[in-house]
Structure formats: structure tokens, C-alpha cells
Design a protein around this ligand. Structure first.
Ligand code: MN
Length: 331
């Protein structure tokens, strides 16, 4: 089933201070039967989970992961009060729920950001377990922030192969840490100050396995609107082969202020829309209605709201997507 969200980008409507806008999308790709990726794009949590296990177990694992994160109270309040310790509690919970639901047969990666504030200063709390990735384009520099938990990354770290060799290595898909399976379930965290104009990109390996960093950088640095950037990245991955499910989130930060209420970057003298009074308008929320099988031990409600009811729900998550194509394939 292919469907296009009514509006795939949303401004968070917060004021004053930091304004986030995001785009997101996922595609089954051209070779895989199922889409086992899931994602959540709902201020302050933007993350991608790539399920592993096959025969629908992978999509159960990634779905449980994003639904567990969707239970963070910060999503309901919009507060940026989370910490790495809080996020870690939710990941421990996700790990337990996946093990209960799948008998440790399935696992999932998770990578992304939670926007947090410390003494009035906003930070990207980057989290990662497995080989999905979080990149940051900041002040013209494009950097992979997360470090993969994979066999080839270990070989790169040991100096045995180069990053270029890792990209074509036969064991490049072997993940060394995941939620829901195996002994290694600890996530890594990084805390980076949000700079004016920052662009965060979170993706599953179906993107970065098809495109070079340089190709991703060219798209991210030339396509203005975050949703257009997401669409362009997914289309590029499909054109390169689309061998895996591909999921992308792009988050832009504007109007970054410090605790003294001063912008971190010069503002144009002319009035722009940021200086005008803002109405509490949120673009229609896209919430996937496809239900996953009932998960034993999961505290998440199984009934998903009707998207028609969600269209004007101001406090609904922007997107909690479990394994649903958001694109119409190769264009
Ligand atoms: Mn994948």
C-alpha cells in the first residue's frame, strides 16, 4: 500500500525561540518484500528504527521501538526536558518488550535525535544503537555524528580496512549491537549544541548503503525544504538500486536562541515570518493506521487513531510510522 501523508512537514508552533521543521519518508525499496523500518518524527523526538529478523519479526521489533519512544511524556507536553538517562530508560523498556514479543528472534537498530534544553540552551541529544545513522549539516560541514555498531566499523577502527572498503565489504550488514536481541544493547549518546541553520538527517542503512556521503551532502546542501530534501534522497537511493528499505528524516533548526534571548546568528533586518505573531497552527499530523499484530507485554495501545480525526489534532504526534511506505516508489 502506498499513501502520501496529507502534509509531511510540520512546524512545531513553539514560540518564541527554537523553531524546528521536519520532513520524513520511508520506502520499501525495489527488492524487499516488506518494509521493516519504522520511524518517529514528533517534536522533540526524531528517530529511525531498522528492524531485523525477517518474516515480519523485524517490523514488529522496529514498531515496538518507536511506539515505546512515543510514550515519552515530552511528546505530549512538547517540553525539552529529556536527558540521556531518561531516553535510556525507554530504550531498556523497548529492548524488554521486543524480547517478550519475539523471543529475542528479532531486533532493531535505533538512531536519531531528541531535542533537549539545558539552562535554556537547546542541544541535539544524538542516540545510536546499530547501523542506522544520524548526520549533521552545520555551518556548511556535513558530519556523521553516530558511529555504527557493525563488524566493518570495528575493522575500520582497528585500521584493517578503509571506510571505502567497508562500504563494499561482504559483511557490511552485520550489526554488533541492537535492541531486542543479543547481549549488547547499550546505546551511545552525544550532546551537541543546536546552531542556527543546523540540519539533522537521520536515515536507515538503505540510504547510506546506496549513496555516498558526498551525494547526500550535495542534496542536503542544495534542497531547501526539508520534505523536498527527504524526497530527493529517497528517490536517489531508489535510482541507485533501492536494495533495502529506506527511511529518512530531515530536521531544520531556526531561530536558535540562548538563555539571554539572543540569536546565535545575525538576523535579517527586514521583518520575516518569525517576527510576526504566530498562530498555533500545526500541519496535519500523519499517523499510520496500519495495526501491528498485538504485542504481548506491550503497554502501547493497539488501536491507532483515524487519520481523518488526526488532521487537525494539535497535540498529536507528527508522525509515528510503522512499516508503511510513504512514497509511490521510483519516480
Ligand atoms: Mn536496513
Amino acid at each position: 500500500m502506498n499513501s502520501q501523508p496529507a502534509a509531511a512537514t510540520s512546524d512545531t508552533g513553539r514560540e518564541p525561540g527554537l523553531q524546528l521543521s521536519c520532513g520524513y519518508g520511508t520506502d520499501r525499496g525495489l527488492r524487499r518484500e516488506l518494509n521493516e523500518d519504522s520511524f518517529i518524527a514528533s517534536d522533540p523526538v526524531f528517530a529511525v528504527a531498522d528492524g531485523m529478523g525477517g518474516h515480519e519479526a523485524g517490523e514488529i521489533a522496529s514498531g515496538i521501538c518507536v511506539r515505546t519512544l512515543a510514550g515519552m511524556p515530552q511528546l505530549a507536553t512538547g517540553e525539552r526536558t529529556a536527558t540521556a538517562a531518561v531516553v535510556q530508560q525507554y530504550l531498556v523498556s523497548a529492548d524488554e518488550r521486543i524480547r517478550t514479543a519475539t523471543g529475542s528472534r528479532a531486533g532493531t537498530t535505533l538512531s536519531g535525535v531528541v531535542v533537549v534544553e539545558q539552562i535554556g540552551v537547546p542541544y541535539w541529544l544524538v542516540m545510536n544503537i546499530g547501523d542506522s545513522r544520524t548526520y549533521r549539516l552545520s555551518q556548511g560541514e556535513f558530519v556523521q555524528v553516530s558511529v555504527d555498531h557493525s563488524e566493518v566499523q570495528e575493522l575500520v577502527d582497528a585500521g584493517e580496512i578503509t571506510k571505502e572498503q567497508a562500504a563494499v565489504h561482504p559483511r557490511r550488514h552485520v550489526v554488533t549491537r541492537a535492541l531486542g536481541t543479543g547481549d549488547e544493547t547499550e546505546a551511545d549518546y552525544w550532546l551537541l549544541p543546536v546552531e542556527e541553520g543546523d540540519r539533522i538527517m537521520v536515515c536507515s542503512d538503505g540510504l547510506n548503503a546506496e549513496l555516498t556521503d558526498d551525494h547526500m551532502f550535495r542534496i542536503l546542501s542544495t534542497v531547501g525544504h526539508p520534505q523536498d530534501a527527504v524526497d530527493a534522497l529517497i528517490q536517489a537511493a531508489l535510482r541507485s538500486g533501492g536494495r533495502d528499505n529506506v527511511t529518512v528524516i530531515v530536521v531544520d533548526a531556526r531561530n536558535v536562541m540562548n538563555d539571554a534571548g539572543t540569536d546565535t546568528a545575525p538576523r535579517p533586518a527586514v521583518e520575516d515570518e518569525d517576527t510576526l505573531p504566530r498562530t498555533e497552527v500545526r500541519d496535519s499530523a500523519a499517523v499510520d493506521t496500519e495495526e501491528l499484530p498485538e504485542v504481548p507485554g506491550s503497554a502501547q495501545p493497539a488501536d491507532a487513531p483515524d487519520p481523518a480525526d488526526q488532521a487537525s489534532a494539535g497535540d498529536a504526534p507528527d508522525a509515528v510510522n510503522e512499516n508503511e511506505d510513504r512514497h509511490d516508489g521510483l519516480k
